[in-house]
Design a protein around this ligand. Structure first.
Ligand SMILES: [Zn+2]
Length: 410
């Protein structure tokens, strides 16, 4: 078996790996780069058969439902089967109608079950569920021709599913020849904060805030939504999400994940989503039981916490519900430093609302990456999804660097 990183050997985002064995090929992830101005077609890697014309391409395996791992799916023929977690597939489908460029239907293919292997031509694939800021995320073991490659995908150890990391390290697959290891945090100085600490800090802020609390996070970071919800429970607030948020929570298919029909949850449909609401009346029927209006929020803003998105600003302005409010920025700080976030910060300043940063990374720190490497004991470690691949040698043994587009033996 040989392998080629099409994108990711020197960057974060847009990951794509191609594997080749006995004349057949398999893809792992087909992501859109984080910075991808213009038409997404510009970023499609040069892989034969994405249009379904080459039968040697057996399929695509998506590690988890983050755009930088699946965002180019729209450029894959529906004739090419796609594997992913069952809930991940539902989440991508639920999110699609709310995207600027909705995805075409995703091909069926393989549904992952943790540690249950399946065959695709000469490849045997075994998914391992991981703790990550995307729901239903996996590492993937691919075996072929007596060689074993382990693709870490994105993972961490400080989330709500942290036992997955420790269980994996206690019982890892053996005889790994090549480990493709994500290194998002390598070379970054970031505090290591757990998801439980996020919940605690949110609860503290909710206590000392007399007005509305707005939390800006990805609605697809289900761990984070649970943390906000638990902080709400501790401080007797109602968690308000919009229609997109309600659809994503429903798509998890997990009865333990907060849903808009729960007593301490509510649905608010902002003006810009009214057309989506009309297009999907069945969604409202299922999820709209606790729908509230802006005037209900403004009549007692201290009763609520809102999962914020910049598109809510116009509604919130007109609702006059920001007196005594607080704002929580709950994503990677790098996004905030991009120019386009200034408009949110100016809006907060104009309304006299303070911004608080409370976040836990979706990615393992160096210590946990080392624990994983030590548990797997691979013959070689290959950097992927890192801006600092040259620094892997400081942290791990047997590092072998490969550039984008280069083929190498597993
Ligand atoms: Zn991810």
């Amino acid at each position: 078996m040989d392998a080629c990183i099409h994108r990711g050997s020197h960057e974060i985002g847009g990951s794509c790996v191609e594997l080749r064995s006995e004349g057949k090929r398999l893809l792992i992830d087909l992501g859109l780069p984080l910075e991808a101005p213009g038409d997404s077609a510009l970023y499609v890697p040069p892989i034969a058969g994405l249009d379904g014309s080459d039968l040697s391409l057996l399929g695509l395996l998506v590690s988890h439902p983050h755009i930088d791992h699946y965002g180019l799916l729209g450029h894959l023929s529906p004739n090419v089967p796609v594997g992913m977690g069952v809930a991940a597939r539902r989440i991508i489908k639920a999110a699609s109608p709310f995207m600027k460029d909705p995805l075409p239907a995703i091909s069926e293919g393989w549904d992952y079950k943790p540690r249950e292997g399946f065959d695709i031509g000469p490849f045997r694939v075994t998914p391992f569920q991981v703790d990550h800021s995307a729901y239903d995320a996996y590492s993937l073991l691919v075996e072929s021709g007596g060689r074993r490659l382990f693709y870490s995908g994105d993972f961490r150890s400080l989330g709500r599913k942290c036992p997955l990391f420790h269980k994996f390290c206690a019982d890892p697959p053996s005889d790994i020849h090549a480990l493709l290891l994500e290194g998002t945090t390598i070379g970054r100085q970031e505090p290591r904060v757990s998801e439980l600490m996020v919940e605690k800090r949110m609860a503290e802020l909710f206590s000392r805030t007399p007005g509305l609390v707005m939390v800006h996070s990805s609605m697809q970071n289900i761990d984070r939504v649970v943390s906000v919800f638990k902080a709400c429970i501790r401080r007797s607030r109602i968690l308000v999400v919009d229609l997109y948020g309600a659809a994503i929570l429903e798509a998890t298919g997990n009865r333990n994940i907060p849903q808009t029909n729960w007593p301490q949850m509510a649905l608010y449909v902002p003006r810009w989503q009214l057309s989506k609401m009309r297009q999907q009346p069945e969604l409202m029927e299922r999820l709209g039981k606790n729908r509230i209006s802006l005037s209900q929020i403004s009549s007692n803003p201290g009763r609520f916490a809102l999962m914020f998105r910049p598109m809510h600003m116009t509604d919130l302005d007109s609702g006059q519900c920001l007196e005594g409010a607080a704002f929580v920025y709950s994503m990677w700080e790098g996004y905030r430093k991009r120019g386009d976030y200034a408009r949110v910060e100016q809006w907060l300043e104009k309304n006299g609302v303070l911004l608080h940063s409370i976040h836990s990374s979706g990615h393992a720190g160096t210590g946990d990456l080392q624990k994983l490497v030590s548990a797997l004991n691979p013959q070689k470690v290959i950097p992927i999804r890192s801006f600092s691949p040259e620094r892997y040698r400081e942290a791990f043994p047997s590092v072998e660097m490969h550039s984008d587009g280069e083929w190498w033996d597993v």
